[in-house]
Design a protein around this ligand. Structure first.
Ligand code: MLT
Length: 261
């Protein structure tokens, strides 16, 4: 793990492999370890960069964590690593950051990978829920939100068959600093709507979604697929929200095939 100071926060990241750069951005309230199943196979052919977004993992917590700030951190990290162009990929909140990145720095994006995410902003009700959740996390810690979220992250079959994976995901979430999680919740609540901007995306885009994802359902990915001219949609059956962890082989094959074409 390396650490670098960008935009007044220390950002932790891993940088593995050589070749075209592939930046993978984790969801909320996760960290770079959620890409463990991708880093080793994909770094055979690509330079895979996995940052901890501000407030998560080993990165520093800051009072604010907007999607634009996180995207600017990633761009500054690329500058410091000498990476001009990259495939920018993100899952869920990482996808919100990837969309913000394209908006802010389109010339730095070779391709986009949008996994289990959506272009829409939160509804007013959704925003209010996030603000409440942020307060709850600051008062009570991560445990409550982890218990609520966990059943939505993995499919029932995985929960039954793979308790080790459930434990890993739970522990990853529990490790998140409550202040970092609260800042990310406020950041997601305030994020911009990208629906009308999808038609401006000119780079090849792979959209991946777990067929059983209740957080960012297949319909959200279908909307992005309709909006982005050069896009491919892959629905991974037998996977829920963290489709890259649940079905890593299918996920990695989709990414490799997309990047090779
Ligand atoms: C995530 O996995 O990043 C979050 O569930 C996204 C969200 O809450 O909108």
């Amino acid at each position: 793990m390396e650490k670098i100071r960008v935009n007044n926060v220390h950002i932790a990241y891993e940088d593995q492999g050589v070749g075209p750069a592939l930046v993978l951005l984790h969801g909320y309230p996760f960290n770079r370890s959620m890409w463990a199943e991708q880093v080793i196979p994909l770094s055979i052919d690509y330079r895979v960069i996995t940052p901890d977004l501000r407030g998560h993992g080993d990165s520093e917590v800051s009072d604010t964590a907007t999607m634009n700030q996180m995207a600017a951190d990633v761009c500054a990290l690329m500058d410091l690593l000498g990476i001009r162009h990259a495939t920018i990929g993100g899952l869920s909140m990482g996808g919100y950051v990837a969309l913000a990145f394209y908006d802010l720095f389109p010339n730095r994006v070779e391709n986009l990978l949008l996994a289990d995410t959506r272009a829409q902003a939160d509804t007013e009700e959704g925003k209010a829920t996030r603000v409440e959740q942020a307060k709850k996390i600051l008062a009570e810690g991560m445990a409550g939100v982890v218990d609520t979220m966990l059943p939505k992250l993995l499919s029932p079959a995985t929960v039954t068959k793979n308790p080790g994976l459930v434990k890993r995901v739970r522990e990853m979430m529990l490790q998140t600093n409550p202040q970092g999680a609260a800042a990310a919740l406020r950041g997601m609540a305030g994020r911009e709507d990208h629906t009308e901007r999808l038609s401006k995306i000119k780079v090849p885009t792979l959209i991946v979604v777990g067929g059983q994802d209740p957080i960012t359902p297949v319909a959200d990915s279908e909307k992005m697929h309709e909006g982005i001219a050069v896009s491919k949609l892959v629905i991974i059956e037998n996977a829920s929200h963290v489709s890259n962890i649940e079905q890593p082989e299918v996920f990695n094959d989709a990414v490799k095939e997309f990047l090779e074409s």
